[in-house]
Design a protein around this ligand. Structure first.
Ligand code: G6P
Length: 372
């Protein structure tokens, strides 16, 4: 009913709008007054976490994209090798795990069959499993050694939005906590990032306030057949997530690529007026990443692409090459997905509407895939 949708036309719009609160709720009570993380609810002891020599993340769909981003954060802040794999692939190979491996299963519903089977497989090898889950008492957390709940609240729309942002928050918390208990050389950086993370909900709010031009742009592209997405570093999984949203909702051919792979194939797809969304990393931080992507934008534009550039406020280097410019707030590099994903959700939702598609219940898809 309209009341359930809180005055929005679709649950998806309501859930996109709820993201600042979902992010804040997921942080609530997990950062103490001294700016340290308190994840006592994760019932894996600090000494066990100090023994971990490998992290393996398993998930499906949008949760898998959260896992891909987590890998960048975990390896950077903890220096523990981290793999991330689709649960449906992981469970059918012969992954090398033991008691010192920490397996993280990410699932909104807690009922996805492939993710459940992957975690069972991991526990049989003696690994500890930590679930990141949005649904209290669901099967995946029940069968795990520990759980860190995301506090997104119920997500009704099939295409995941607020659950994704909270999965990212939970992944950052786990990465920072691992860094904290293990005392890495990034100690100062970890303190600073925890402070940035506690402000991030306001940044998500600011993005939501500036989405009208994104909706307008989506409407003008409703007749297109293909949209490509490019990113580097944590912007690469964001590109994959933008493409997934467009497939799910707009039924358009959409693909995400690592921008560094352009010359290895994708650039052959560029033709006149093809929309290409580019997620640009911060020019501060690792500026080499930024410079590389600016030349990627130049390359595709020279071949006729219509460039839709998502870039930080104050990033002037992209301006000459952006046919459409979407601004996002300044954030630390690793946290950027929390703000960069939001315009892509709005874009896909508006394209679905413009194409007359059912936003909350896309054809052929289920909210939770509980069969094999
Ligand atoms: C389905 C949903 C996706 C979700 C995926 C994993 O495909 O449509 O939105 O990302 O399942 O679901 P989970 O509940 O395990 O996060």
């Amino acid at each position: 009913s309209a009341a359930e949708k809180g005055g929005y036309d679709y649950f998806m719009l309501k859930e996109i709008a709820e993201q600042p609160k979902a992010v804040a709720d997921t942080l609530l009570g997990r950062i103490d007054a001294a700016g340290s993380l308190t994840l006592d609810e994760v019932r894996i002891s600090a000494s066990e976490l100090r023994e971990v020599d490998k992290v393996v993340i398993v998930a499906c769909g949008t949760a898998f994209h959260a896992g891909m981003i987590a890998k960048y954060a975990i390896e950077h802040w903890t220096r523990i090798p981290c793999e991330v794999e689709l649960a449906s692939e992981f469970r059918y190979r012969d992954p090398i795990l033991d008691a010192r491996s920490l397996v993280i299963a990410i699932s909104q519903s807690g009922e996805t069959m492939d993710t459940l089977m992957a975690l069972r497989h991991a526990r049989e090898q003696g690994s500890k499993v930590l679930a990141i889950c949005n649904t209290n008492g669901s099967t995946i957390p029940r069968e795990s050694d520990a759980v860190l709940y995301t506090h997104a609240g119920p997500e009704v729309a099939v295409a995941s939005t607020k659950a994704f942002l909270t999965q990212l928050v939970a992944c950052y918390l786990v990465a920072l906590y691992l860094g904290q208990v293990r005392g890495t050389k990034w100690g100062d950086e970890i303190g600073a990032v925890i402070r940035d993370l506690s402000q991030i909900s306001g940044a998500v709010e600011r993005v939501l306030e500036t989405m009208e031009p994104v909706r307008e742009l989506a409407r003008t592209l409703a007749h297109k057949n293909t949209v490509l997405f490019l990113g580097r570093h944590v912007g690469y999984p964001v590109a994959l997530e933008g493409a997934l949203k467009l497939k799910e909702l707009a039924y358009m051919h959409a693909e995400g690529f690592a921008a560094g792979e352009l010359k290895h194939g994708p650039i052959a797809l560029i033709e006149d007026d093809l929309p290409v969304v580019v997620v640009v990393p911060s020019p501060r931080g690792r500026s080499v990443l930024h410079d590389k992507i600016v030349s990627n934008i130049q390359e595709i534009r020279a071949r006729g692409a219509r460039t839709i550039v998502i870039a930080e406020e104050g990033d002037e280097a992209v301006v000459p090459y952006a046919d459409h410019l979407i601004r996002i707030p300044v954030t630390p590099t690793l946290l950027q997905p929390l703000v960069a994903t939001v315009p892509l959700q709005v874009f896909a939702c508006e394209l679905a509407t413009a194409r007359g598609n059912e936003v909350d219940q896309p054809r052929n898809l289920a909210k939770s895939v509980t069969v094999e």
